[in-house]
Structure formats: structure tokens, C-alpha cells
Design a protein around this ligand. Sequence first.
Ligand code: B12
Ligand code: SF4
Ligand code: SF4
Length: 442
Amino acid sequence: MDNNKKLSGGQPEVLGGEELHDWFGNAVSSKPIAMGQVGASAGEDDVDPNETYDIKFRDILYNDKQIGPYPTDKLKRVDKPTNKIVGEIQRRDQRDNIFGQAFRGEYGEKVKELAPMMSVTEPIGAALISVQRHINSIKPNDIAPKKAPIPQDPRVLSRHIKSLAHFLGADMVGICKLPQSAVYTTHLNGDPLDVDYKFAIVLLCRKTSHTAACSSGYDWIFDPVSFQTYQRLACQTEVMTNYIKRLGHDAAASNMWNYLTLMPQLVLEAGLGEVSRMGLIVNPFLGGHFKAAAVLTDLPLEPDKYIDFGLQDYCEKCSICAEQCPVGAITKGGKTVYNGYETWELDKRKCASFDILNTEGCVCGRCTKLCPWSLDKNDPRDFEDWDGTTEGLIRRVDEQAKKRRDAGFTSPLEKTDKWWFDLERRSLDDHTLVIPKTTQRL
Ligand code: B12
Ligand code: SF4
Ligand code: SF4
């Protein structure tokens, strides 16, 4: 049986079964056990999809109660995205993202020389990346040969999977049909990607607000803030993938270092946000202050609809991100068509060159941090009294915008709570940490 039938290119080969270990890690049997014995009784037939289940104490899977900490069930749902899709969205070669271009020298010798040091210059970021590399290198497990005897109703399974996502630590989760246009044509190593799953489960994790609030963008912590979030998402999506395969369904994780898909498109499709002036997707509760990862699967699921919380109009009038971007990478003008969809196109070359060349920090993220939809704490309690109207959300965002503007777009925490040391590694082959000259200017 081909246990990894849907995913080819750049993935580790699937090995059969699991080794049995005792609690102390000693192998107790050299004979691998079949995954089917974990997910379903050996010899059992596939589950009849028409069979009805009456499972006690699991009302949450059958009712309409809110799943997760944010009131996503109160959002206005629509049939089409609020930005127009006007043409065909083209699949992308992952190596053509701006980092790939920088590594190839397309932005000049200085950017090429410094690009490999990006994200690993600062030791907290480098440590996060080291550990995440291990997570990404775990071999995918087999798909159990028999489907687990659980309800096959897409709605019930979707509520189960969403609850699992929150159990694993995701802040928000949505489901969409997987559009082939969101799948990269190649893996980062250049192997062609042929990914053919029906659905994408999209997980969002908010960034750690306190640390982000302490960062001006001109220091070394904002990139580790991203990698701390990537690491959590990698754990969540790898565990969810492993679990779905134990249920007897195919699945693959798409996360940092192992992206199979372009994420903003999936975040939009899964009803988790709208296209914003920043060029990224903004979520009504998390603003732009989150990272995303996905699990692609054939588990029968119920896709979510798009959402409309008035962002297209809001971004037409607001331009905080464009004003606050240190290099003018975000347009103050109107939307244009890019890759078949309407958006405010980012000057990614300006953003990435600054990210790599800035001697006082890395991947500043000021746009996402200062967007007034990214509230100070992004805490679910902020929305406990929300009346469910767009006006109610916008009122709060206007207040946040005023507060930030009055404070000159700085937080008092930037002057008191920088708990990290701005240290730098000298070069890729030298692990000595030095105090960068630039910290004296902060
Ligand atoms: C490379 C990259 C960058 C690069 C270059 C971006 C680029 N355009 O090439 C740079 C350094 C500029 C960058 C910066 C940032 N990034 Co970035 N980045 C990526 C990454 C790893 C790959 C994107 C890619 O393949 N680009 C190459 C091609 C496809 O670029 P492109 O044609 O210009 O397309 C871009 C957009 O036009 C859009 N897009 C293209 N086609 C379509 C079609 C539809 C329908 C939609 C809706 C969108 C869309 O997606 C691309 C996003 O870069 C993604 C992860 C991922 N797998 O998606 C994260 C990602 C896009 N980045 C993210 C974030 C948050 C940031 C930063 C805030 C950094 C930070 N500190 O957190 C800044 C924000 C800059 C900005 N205002 O957009 C998030 C966005 C989440 C969201 N809210 O939607 C992502 C998804 C990472 C994640 N896992 O969460 N990033
Ligand atoms: S990450 Fe920084 S440089 Fe890039 S668009 Fe946002 S504010 Fe501008
Ligand atoms: S800062 Fe203003 S213009 Fe920019 S994405 Fe946020 S709401 Fe839109």
C-alpha cells in the first residue's frame, strides 16, 4: 500500500509502523507494530459513511456552540471574498520568494552576503530555529490501513478537528477546500510538488504580545517573536497530521521550513480574514498579529465561508501601516490586480532588503504590530462583550488607532521591558556572540 499517495517531492520517505518502547525509552520489541492497531481494530471493515452515531456526552460536536476562545460564530459570513478575484491565480515556485531571490544574488552582493545570517544572527531566534528543524525532520507516520470507527459526518468531524486544534494550542482555526493555486509548484529543495488533498485546515497562532510590544522593530527580538510562533504551529500541525493518519486518512502538514502552500490565500479561503493594505490577511480579532500553518487532508470536512468585517473600506481610509513602514514598502494608494486578485501590492523588494540589511534588527513587522486591528493584548476577553456587529468591532479599532497615534506609535514598554539582550553572532561559521555596535544607538 502506498501510504503517502498524495504527497510527492521533497518529503522524507514513509517508513512502516512504529517501534514499541517502554516508558524509559528502551525498545521492547524489534517488530514494528502496524498503525492500524492504533487507530482501528485490525480486520475491521472501513466505516460506513451512512451509519449514524449516537455518542453520549459529545453534544459539542453536534450543536452550534462556539468552538475556541474567539467568537468566530458571530462573524458575518459571505459567499465570495471581499476583495475581487478577477483572474486565474497562478501557482508559485517556492524558491522564487524574496529570500530565494536574495540568496541567488538578484538584490545585489551585499544582500546575498547577509541573507544566510538572517534570523540566525540573534541567539534566541537561532535556538528556536535549531529546535524547529528537529520537529520538521520527524518522519511522517503511516496512514492506518483501516478507518477509525468514528462518525464520518463532515460537520461533526470539522467540529472535532477544530476542537483538537484549540486543544493543541491554536488561537483560531478554519477549514477550506484546498485550491491547487495555493500549492507551490516546488519544494524548497527544488523537487516538484504534487499535492492533491481535498481540504486545508488552517491554524492561526497569535504572537506573544508583551514581547512584541517591547520591540520597536529596530531591535533583534521581532524575528524570534515570529519563530516562537512558527515553532508552536509546527508542533500543532505535525501532531494533527500524525493523528489524522492514525484515523486512517491521508494528511500532510504545511508549516515553516516545510511549506507546501502559500499561506495568505489559505487564510483568506478558510474564512479567517480579509485582504488588507499591508498585503497580508487581517483577522478581525487578531489583526495582523499572527502566524499561520495548515494541515492538508482528505478527511471529509465542512469548509467555512468567507468573512466580511468591513476591512476593505477600513483600509481605504486608514494608512497607518503605510505611514509606519520604515522603507515605504506599503502603498498609500488604491488596490491593483496582482496574481489574479485585487490587493494593495507590497513592494516586497523594499521590505525584504530592509529586513536583511537593517543593522538594528531583523524583519521589523511594524506594519502588523501597529495596525489598529492588532489590539494591545489580542486577548479573547477583549471580545466577550462584542455585540456581533461590524460597527462594534470598528469602534474598538478606531479607539486603538487614536491611542496609538496619540502615543506617537511607541509603547512605554519599549523603554522599560526589553528583557532580552541584543546579541549577535559574528558570522555563520563563528558562534561567538558580540554586543552589536548598534545597540549603543538604541
Ligand atoms: C517570503 C515571505 C516573506 C518575504 C517576502 C514576501 C514575498 N512577497 O515574497 C518578506 C520578508 C517581505 C516577508 C515579510 C513579512 N511577512 Co512573510 N512570508 C513569506 C513566506 C515565507 C513565503 C511567501 C511566498 O512564497 N512569497 C513568494 C510569492 C508567492 O510572493 P508574491 O507573489 O508577492 O505573493 C505574496 C502576496 O501577494 C500573497 N499572494 C500571492 N498570491 C495570492 C493569492 C491570493 C488569493 C492571496 C489572498 C494572496 C496571495 O502571498 C504572498 C505573501 O508573501 C510566507 C509563508 C507562506 N508559505 O505563505 C510568509 C508570510 C506571508 N509572512 C507573514 C508575515 C506575518 C510577515 C511579516 C509581518 C514579518 C513578521 N515579522 O512577521 C512581514 C510583512 C510584510 C508585509 N506587509 O506583507 C505571514 C502572513 C500571515 C498573514 N497575516 O496573512 C506568512 C503567511 C507567514 C506565516 N506562516 O504566517 N515575508
Ligand atoms: S515588515 Fe517592516 S519593512 Fe516590511 S512592510 Fe512591514 S513595516 Fe515595512
Ligand atoms: S494599518 Fe490600517 S490600512 Fe494598514 S492594514 Fe491595518 S487597518 Fe488596513
